[in-house]
Design a protein around this ligand. Structure first.
Ligand SMILES: Cc1cc2nc3c(=O)[nH]c(=O)nc-3n(C[C@H](O)[C@H](O)[C@H](O)COP(=O)(O)OP(=O)(O)OC[C@H]3O[C@@H](n4cnc5c(N)ncnc54)[C@H](O)[C@@H]3O)c2cc1C
Length: 411
């Protein structure tokens, strides 16, 4: 695509810039801007409220459900402007990135009216109830079941790795609603309230003392009969839509966070002289090339979308995207540790035992990593959540390249 955006897009860009200038804390865009504990805490509380009142969460959703109905181009510009100044964009990841768009695509009119405005206003928080102890990569092996009792579904079973279940008002849950058909066919996608007697949440404590993952047990938990999204026993297709949103990233802006991070690593290499090491230089050059590939592929996807053209290369990018960025990120964070050397292992991040920062919600986290160290740790999980890199390779092999399906073990 032509890298000059159309005039309307540039006008909209100015509107977003003006809003950001007015609402971000003073001095936000200055290189040495930092916040003390109190300022950070107040920012974490106030910023989502400003986003919601500005209407910038899920702004491309239709106006009838409370969105701003932004065009694709406007949504791209919005993302770019937030990314340019590093302004957080998200309300609740599970609501506005996963279940919200899924309800938009598959939900009934009643479900859209009931749930979407609450997501846009940040009033309903969600968690994702897909994985089970014996159903991760092989998600269709799930055993959690739902049976109809009058006007309600009764749910029994266990989920695991349920991120933020402790804060969620609802879970979007996959449950077996027909045990007599082949495993993909008998699954439904249910919206289940979390605050009820039949739901027990047990945190899985991590090495840093925090516990954002949980095991969730459903013992005769209930939800209304009409809370099935996309039709009874059609949950597999609906879940694939949700996973598509989870694996995708914003086409033209996702590379930016990687670019900022890589620049920070290059700065460290310049400061400590590692930049003169030919192997390090080579690895930095590879990383730079991959970030540029992400940028160019993002623009390619956007062009196909704006021109409504079917580009088989873009379809393939959809399948390779998650594998590419997550493996890139894992590798580049290892490069960070090699560049930083021993000082990279000194914990010098922010920590306040009494903090109300949501990341320290359980008041237990005592592992004060800085931004790059945190990114290193989190990068280890990125090739796993939302479908592992190996599973993504299977998908590319079978669905993009048309290779024979992997053999199944004999029953
Ligand atoms: C940070 C994080 C957050 C998460 N949050 C949630 C959440 O909120 N809700 C939720 O439902 N789940 C969540 N998960 C779970 C996640 O979806 C699963 O971990 C993931 O699908 C893999 O399943 P598993 O852990 O059971 O691994 P397994 O499926 O047991 O896989 C183990 C290993 O075997 C490999 N493997 C398995 N099958 C194949 C195959 N056919 N071919 C080649 N290799 C294979 C895998 O790639 C992996 O390396 C989260 C996970 C993480 C790491």
């Amino acid at each position: 695509m032509d890298l000059d955006y159309p005039a309307e897009a540039e006008e909209f860009r100015l509107e977003i810039r003006a809003w950001l200038n007015e609402h971000l804390p003073e001095g936000w865009d200055e290189a040495d801007h930092s916040m003390n504990d109190e300022e950070r805490e107040s920012f974490n509380i106030e910023w989502p409220k400003k986003l919601f009142s500005g209407g910038w969460i899920c702004a491309s959703w239709p106006t009838e459900y409370g969105g701003k109905g932004l065009s694709t181009m406007q949504a791209v510009v919005l993302n770019e402007e937030f990314a340019r100044v590093g302004a957080p964009m998200r309300g609740d990841f599970f609501g506005d990135t996963l279940v919200g768009p899924t309800i938009l695509q598959w939900g009934s009119e009643e479900q859209k009216k009931e749930f979407l405005p609450g997501i846009l206003r940040g009033q309903i928080r969600w968690c994702q109830g897909f994985s089970e102890p014996e159903a991760g990569s092989d998600l269709a092996a799930l055993q959690c079941k739902a049976e109809l009792d009058g006007d309600e579904w009764v749910i029994n079973g266990q989920k695991v790795w349920t991120t933020q279940a402790q804060d969620a008002d609802y879970v979007f849950l996959l449950a077996r609603t027909d045990p007599d058909v082949s495993k993909h066919a008998g699954i439904s996608y249910l919206l289940v309230p979390m605050d009820q007697e039949g739901v027990e949440i047990r945190p899985i404590e991590q090495v840093d003392g925090s516990g954002e993952f949980n095991e969730v047990f459903f013992s005769n938990a209930r939800c209304p009969k009409d809370n099935v999204v996309g039709g009874l026993n059609n949950g597999w297709k609906v879940a694939m839509t949700t996973l598509g949103f989870e694996r995708g990233t914003s086409a033209t802006t996702s590379y930016r966070r990687f670019e900022t991070e890589l620049n920070a690593i290059i700065d460290i290499a310049k400061e400590n002289g590692k930049i003169d090491d030919p192997i390090i230089r080579q690895r930095l050059a590879v990383a730079h090339t991959k970030v540029k590939l992400m940028q160019i592929n993002g623009l390619r996807s956007l062009t196909a979308r704006l021109n409504k053209t079917r580009d088989p290369g873009v379809a393939a990018l959809g399948a390779t995207n998650k594998m590419f960025w997550s493996e890139y990120h894992r590798d580049v964070m290892e490069l960070y540790l090699d560049v930083a050397g021993m000082p990279g292992q000194i914990l010098d991040g922010y920590f306040d035992a009494d903090s109300k920062d949501p990341n320290h919600r359980r008041g237990k986290a005592n592992y004060p990593v800085n931004g790059l160290q945190a990114a290193f740790f989190f990068s280890r999980s990125e090739t796993i959540w939302g479908g592992t890199a190996e599973i993504q390779r299977n998908i590319v092999g079978e669905r993009v390249l048309g290779l024979p399906k992997e053999p199944k073990p004999p029953k």
